[in-house]
Structure formats: structure tokens, C-alpha cells
Design a protein around this ligand. Structure first.
Ligand code: ADP
Ligand code: MG
Length: 692
């Protein structure tokens, strides 16, 4: 076996790995020795020396020896085995919530044990909750570890001891079987070798600075972080390169339609809108499909950008589809596009999820025959097979939570006669630049970094629910002055029914408090036509106040509304609150957002509401969101199966990303073999386009 590369050695070569064990390991993605060695400890415990009870520090993971002085079962809020031990310098309390008779006997008065765990400050001195322990009669003869003890990510059915034993064996083999160095030598010259880095991280010497590890700054970690980030960037570059091998129709700039549209608009595009449209135009001129993300804060005017892009394609007699995440938004887009496009002689089609048989069939036929040039519908639409005459551009609104795979799937669906449609993704949920560089490395990105002129920033206040009646008066005043307001009802349960119920209760409450006011209600349980009718009434100012659930979160555009009340604001995340707030501040009138909350606020809720009061800037909010919630939540990777890292922590390691991206481009161009091997090492399941 000597001399074989570690990624070629299956785990079954290790002692103790039979069929059942190897199946369990495979479940967590561990197949080869290389996989096992890249499965790194979460943290470490110091079992290299004993600490006298007298010297224990709260928060440290420590090894202690002592004799049981007293042991009893207590019945407080929970049944618990409580046990005091002493080593002559002081007393330490051990607490066990789960215990059996054997444990109780093993911990009886007079027994001597060695215990490991995290020290906490208890009411009567130091304590450990659920320590690991074993019988140890002689303090002198304790066999202590000579390295820090690794604690691996917990895995069902695999014990820590097993993982320690297997990595012990793997580390011995590592001495004779190289793990291939994939970074070009000039790149890794300053870095620790991979072998040393792995040895160090699996079995750190007692003097290793754990604080460095927590900050992700230990050289051994940096070595691995660099590789993993590189591998990730490379896989995105590979995906992008693969995509560029597809064919798409290329479009020469043709402004005859867009000039007509612009001449009819009551405003002119902002410089940012014009710049982004130019960037899209350049993509559309390529003979491979565009894959571009447009980020623009709420209200920055993404719809117009989409319309101008669509007109480039429609001018060449090709079809465009635009998808929105909700029916409400899709219907609003359909309405908008009809107003803008029909005077130009362009037919706008509409496909709703709940459309009935006949209407739907006839709409589909018109699309298939090419009588409709612009099709608007919901995202769900694309689950089905819609036949187009010649689809050349897919626009996806308010959806950044698409992983690479979903973006590819969309392409495949739209493919016709060997041509793939261009793809434009629009999102109002800006994500921090470094994160975007990681998650969207396969996309080109454009940013609309300017709001149309004349907008006044929304003033935001947080007010406890005890002052609700004051707020109701404020709504009355705003509406009496000819403006409109939203009242958003939220519930913590993800239940449309309960949400709808809350909204209905609020309707009753506000109708009673404001009898002269015209109040409407929309929620997710209403029929699309009903929702639409209410929205139209609100838009036409036949209603003063709209009570809504978070269905109005994205896209709804009624510039005359200048006041938004969000009930139970403490229950929503930053991004969602920012989105909701984006429904006001769309006209020239000064707008206000009231975050009604129920005290007491948790620390993070306090922080969220504070961030919203402090800024209207979506990018700053996104950066805070990243810090509060972490990248997985932000990118929705739970749904998309996007990047999940082994050693990288995107928040902690953000600072490395720009440099890594630069290196990745260099590797991608000059070292294709190594690039491929790096991707396979770190993301074996995500090798995209392996066959192009
Ligand atoms: P979002 O980026 O949130 O999708 P919209 O496209 O809905 O924003 O635009 C918000 C509002 O701003 C709409 O009423 C739209 O007509 C208007 N708008 C868009 N571009 C401009 C502009 N250049 N000048 C003035 N108003 C604009
Ligand atoms: Mg929009």
C-alpha cells in the first residue's frame, strides 16, 4: 500500500472498518483516507495535564481527578444525579441528567474518578454538566494524552473514540502515503505542507494556541481554508466555462422598441439603470447564454431594466418569459408590462398557477404559436413544461436563492434546437460583496446602486405594542391627509392559516377603531382574483389602509403609500423587514415605518430593530444579516444545497476571498489538471459539467 495516494485508499483498509462501519462513514461522505483526514475536529480538549480544582477557570475544558465526597439524586425541575468530588485543593460539582443505576454506583461516595469537561461557574463553586469520566484510583499513575484531544463533528452511530482511533491509523499511513500537493509550488511556498497541516489539526501539541484556531488564523488552518476556498471558486469558474460552451442566439443592439417605451415614460432611467442595461446588452450580443444577476435595492427600478432587456430580444422577434415568486407580484408585473408593451404592439401573456383548464390551454397555445412575445408567470410555472415558439430570454425576479444546479436546470428546460435561453436573475436582497463572490462566482453581477431621484428615505421607529392606540391614530392622520398605509400582520408559525387569522383579527380591530376609513385585506389564503382585486383597489386609492400578511413582501409597488406598520416586528428577520419596508418610500412624500414589538426583546431582535432604524441601505443590512444569521441562512443554502464548507467559515474568512478569487482565475487558466483535482478533493459531489 505504501506510496499510494491517500485518495485512492478506501477506509476499509483501516482496522475496525467493516461493511457496517464503512456504510456509516459513507453516509457522511467519508470514503477514502483523504476524506477522513479532511474531516476535521470541531474543537479540542486539553487532556494533557490535570488541573487542581482550586485552579479551575470557568469556560475552560479541563481534566480533573478527585474522590467522590457525596452523591445524590435531586428532584428539582429535572431529575438529576449530583455528585461532589474533591482532590484536596477544593470541591467540584458534577451534574448528570441522564444516568442509570450503574453510573450511580460508579459515582458512589469514596469512588475515585478522572473527569473531563467544560467548567462552569455554579452556585456553589465550579461545576461540570455531563462530564466524560472514568474510574481512576491513583492520581499518580494517570496516563495523560500527549496531544490535545480532538472532538469531531458529532455523527449518528459513530463514536468519538472510533473517529479518534481511525484518524490515528490514517495519520500513521499519512507518513508513508503522500497526500498530493495540488497548489503550484510558487503559491504554497509560504504555506505549511498539507501533510503537516493535517497532522497538526488532528493531533495538536498541547502548546498550540487554541485562540488562533477559533479565529481561523492558525497557519495549519489557513493552508486548508485556502484550498477549500480555491476549490469552491474553481468549481464555479468551471461551471461558468462549461456554460459558455452552450450556444445562444446573439442579439445586436436594436433600440427601436426601447426608445418608444422610454419616450412614453414619465421619467428617465437613472445612470445606474442605463449602465446595467448596457451590461445586459453586451451579454445578449454573445453567442453563448448570458447568466447575469442584477442586484438592486428595493425600489431601485429593476422592472424597467428587465423591460429594456426584454425589448432587445422582442425586437428580434424572439420570446421572453419573466417569472416572479408570488402570484401577487406576477400579476403586478403582467399589468405593468401590458401597460408598457401593448402600445408598442407587443402581446403580453399571463400564466398563473391556479388558472383554469380552458383559459390556460388557450394561453399556452398562443405562447406555443408565438403570438405572445412577453410571458409573465410565477416561478412554479417552470415546474411544468411550457412550449414556446422561440424563447430566448428568461428573467427571474426576486430570486437569488437559486443554486448553480437550479440555474442550470432552467437552461435545460428552455433549450430549443440546440440554443439555450439567456438568463437574467434579479434580486432586491443584496448580499455582501465577498459572499457574492463566493456564492455567485458562476454569475456575472450588476448592481443598480442608485435610487430614482426624489425619494425620501424611510424613517423607521420601533415602538412597543403597548402604544398601539397611538399608532392607530397615526394611521388615521396619514390617511386623512390623502396618503395610504399598510398594516402588516406576522406570526411566528409558518402557517398561512394562522397568518390569515391574525390579519382578519386585525381587520376587525382596525375597522372598529377607524370606522370612517376604507380598509382592505389581503392574505395568502385568498383566491388570486380576490387578492388582485384588492391590490387594484389599493393602487387606485379606493382603499386607504391595506391590512396584509407578508404576501406583500416582494415587489408590490404603490407609490402613494407612505406609512407601514409591522406587527410583531421582532419575529421577522432583517432581510424580510427590509423588503417589507421597501413597500413605502416609493414616492416623493416622506415615509415612515413603525416596527411594533412585544417586549421584552431578545438581544438579537434588539440588534435587528436597531440596524433597521439606523440605515435604509440594503447592503449594510445584508452585512449585518450575514453576521447575525450566517451565510447558510442568507443564501438559503438549506434549500439549494449550495456551498457547505468543511473548514471555511464564510463570515470569519471573508477577508481572504478577493485574493483567493484572483488566484482561482490564475489556476483555472494555467493549471487545469490541478484545478480539477482540487475540486474533486473538496467537492466531489459537485463536479459540474464533467462531461463537457
Ligand atoms: P424594484 O427594483 O424594487 O423592483 P420597481 O421596478 O418596482 O423597483 O420600481 C419602483 C418604482 O420606481 C416604480 O414605480 C417605477 O415605475 C419607478 N421607477 C423606476 N425607474 C425610475 C426612474 N428612473 N425614475 C423614476 N421612477 C422610476
Ligand atoms: Mg421588483
Amino acid at each position: 500500500m505504501k506510496g499510494r495516494l491517500l485518495d485512492a485508499i478506501p477506509l476499509t483498509t483501516l482496522t475496525g472498518v467493516g461493511a457496517s462501519q464503512s456504510a456509516k462513514l459513507a453516509k457522511i461522505g467519508l470514503h477514502t483516507l483523504q476524506d477522513l483526514l479532511l474531516h476535521l475536529p470541531l474543537r479540542y480538549e486539553d487532556r494533557t495535564h490535570l488541573t487542581a480544582i482550586n485552579d479551575l477557570q470557568a469556560g475552560s475544558h479541563t481534566t480533573v481527578w478527585g474522590e467522590v465526597l457525596h452523591s445524590e439524586i435531586t428532584f428539582g425541575r429535572r431529575r438529576m444525579l449530583v455528585c461532589q468530588i474533591s482532590d484536596g485543593t477544593g470541591t467540584l460539582t458534577l451534574r448528570f441528567f441522564n444516568f442509570n443505576a450503574g453510573m450511580k454506583n460508579g459515582l458512589a461516595t469514596g469512588k475515585k474518578i478522572i473527569a473531563w469537561g467544560e467548567i462552569r461557574r455554579g452556585q456553589r463553586g465550579p461545576e461540570i454538566i455531563h462530564p466524560e469520566y472514568r474510574q481512576q484510583d491513583e492520581q499518580q499513575s494517570i496516563a495523560l494524552q500527549d496531544t490535545l484531544t480532538p472532538v469531531y463533528p458529532a455523527t449518528e452511530g459513530i463514536r468519538q473514540a472510533t473517529l479518534r482511533n481511525l484518524t490515528d491509523q490514517a495519520l500513521v499511513l499519512l507518513q508513508h502515503n503522500p497526500i498530493q500537493e495540488l497548489l503550484p509550488s510558487q503559491l504554497c511556498s509560504g504555506l505549511l505542507s498539507l501533510t503537516d497541516a493535517l497532522q497538526l489539526l488532528h493531533r495538536p501539541p498541547p502548546e498550540m494556541q487554541l485562540a488562533d484556531i477559533e479565529l481561523g488564523r492558525h497557519p495549519a488552518q489557513l493552508r486548508l481554508i485556502t484550498e477549500e476556498l480555491l476549490a469552491h471558486q474553481l468549481s464555479m469558474l468551471q461551471a461558468r466555462a462549461g456554460a459558455q460552451q452552450y450556444r445562444a442566439l446573439s442579439f445586436k443592439p436594436d433600440y427601436h422598441l426601447s426608445e418608444q417605451l422610454l419616450s412614453r415614460l414619465p421619467f428617465t432611467p437613472t445612470a445606474a439603470q442605463r449602465r446595467v442595461v448596457k451590461e445586459i446588452e453586451q451579454d445578449l450580443a454573445h453567442s453563448y447564454p448570458m447568466l447575469r444577476l442584477v442586484q438592486g435595492d428595493v425600489g431601485s427600478g429593476k422592472t424597467l431594466v428587465a423591460a429594456l432587456a426584454a425589448l432587445q430580444v422582442i425586437a428580434a422577434d424572439q420570446q421572453v418569459v419573466m417569472m416572479a415568486p408570488t402570484e401577487l407580484l406576477a400579476e403586478q408585473h403582467a399589468h405593468n408590462f401590458r401597460t408598457w408593451f401593448e402600445p408598442l404592439g407587443i402581446q403580453v401573456g399571463w400564466l398563473a398557477g391556479k388558472q383554469k383548464g380552458k383559459a390556460r390551454a388557450s394561453e399556452q397555445e398562443r405562447i406555443a404559436r408565438g403570438e405572445v412575445q412577453m410571458v409573465v408567470g410565477t416561478h412554479a410555472l417552470f415546474q411544468e413544461h411550457i412550449q414556446f415558439q422561440h424563447l430566448a430570454l428568461v428573467i427571474i425576479d426576486e430570486q437569488h436563492r437559486f443554486g448553480v444546479h437550479q440555474r442550470l436546470a432552467l437552461w435545460e428546460k428552455g433549450q430549443q434546437q440546440g440554443f439555450h435561453p439567456h438568463q437574467l436573475i434579479m434580486t432586491a436582497t443584496p448580499i455582501p460583496r465577498t459572499l457574492a463572490m463566493t456564492a455567485y462566482a458562476d454569475l456575472e453581477t450588476s448592481t443598480i446602486d442608485e435610487l430614482p431621484p426624489g425619494r425620501t428615505p424611510v424613517t423607521t421607529v420601533a415602538i412597543p405594542d403597548s402604544r398601539r392606540s397611538e399608532i392607530i391614530l397615526r394611521v388615521e392622520k396619514a390617511c386623512a391627509e390623502g396618503r395610504q398605509a399598510y398594516w402588516v400582520c406576522t406570526l411566528i408559525e409558518k402557517s398561512e392559516q394562522l397568518d390569515a387569522q391574525a390579519a382578519e383579527n386585525t381587520l376587525v380591530e382596525l375597522q372598529a377603531a377607524l370606522p370612517s376609513m376604507r380598509i382592505g385585506l389581503v392574505h395568502g389564503r385568498m383566491k388570486p382574483a380576490e387578492k388582485q382585486q384588492i391590490m387594484q383597489q389599493f393602487k387606485g386609492h379606493e382603499l386607504d389602509l391595506l391590512i396584509a400578511t407578508t404576501v406583500i413582501e416582494v415587489g408590490v409597488d404603490v407609490p402613494n403609500s407612505s406609512l407601514m406598520i409591522i406587527d410583531n416586528a421582532e419575529r421577522l428577520g432583517l432581510a424580510q423587514l427590509h423588503q417589507l419596508r421597501g413597500r413605502v418610500g416609493r414616492g416623493a412624500i416622506a415615509s415612515h415605518c413603525v416596527l411594533l414589538y412585544n417586549p421584552p426583546l431578545s438581544k438579537t431582535a434588539q440588534k435587528r430593530l436597531q440596524v433597521l432604524r439606523d440605515t435604509n441601505d440594503g447592503f449594510i443590512i445584508a452585512q449585518h444579516d450575514l453576521e447575525i444569521r450566517g451565510p447558510g441562512e442568507l443564501l438559503g443554502t438549506k434549500q439549494t444545497g449550495n456551498a457547505e464548507f468543511k473548514v471555511v467559515d464564510l463570515v470569519r474568512d471573508q477577508r481572504l476571498i478577493p485574493e483567493i478569487q484572483r488566484i482561482a482565475k490564475h489556476l483555472h487558466q494555467n493549471y487545469p489538471e490541478q484545478s480539477k483535482a482540487l475540486i474533486e478533493r473538496w467537492l466531489p459531489a459537485k463536479t459540474l459539467f464533467s462531461n463537457v
